[in-house]
Design a protein. Sequence first.
Length: 115
Amino acid sequence: VQLVESGGGLVQPGGSLRLSCTASGFTFSSYAMSWYRQAPGKEREFVARISNLGLSSNFADSVKGRFTISRDNAKNTVYLQMDSLKPEDTAVYYCTVRQTSQNYWGQGTQVTVSS
C-alpha cells in the first residue's frame, strides 16, 4: 500500500487549495478514504471521509461547509478541496486507508494559511 499526497502550500486566509492523494498497491475502489491533519503541538485529527464509491461523505465540524472530499476511482485518487481557509487550518494533511485492522498513511503535505 502506498499513499502519496500533494497540493499543499502557502495560502492567504480566505484562499483555497486542493489536495490530492494517489494510491497504489490495493483495490482503491473497494475502500473508504479519509483525510486527517496534524498541527504543531497537537494530536492528529479527523478531517473528512468518503465512501468507496463516493456516495457518502462526512466531515469534522471545524471544516463543514468549507471543505469538500471527492474521489476518482479510475485514477486511484482522492481529493480534498479546501475553501475559505483559516490560519487554524495550518497543519500537515495526511490521507489514510483502513484495511482490516491496519491503517496506512501517506507522508503528508504541509498546508500553511498565513498572510
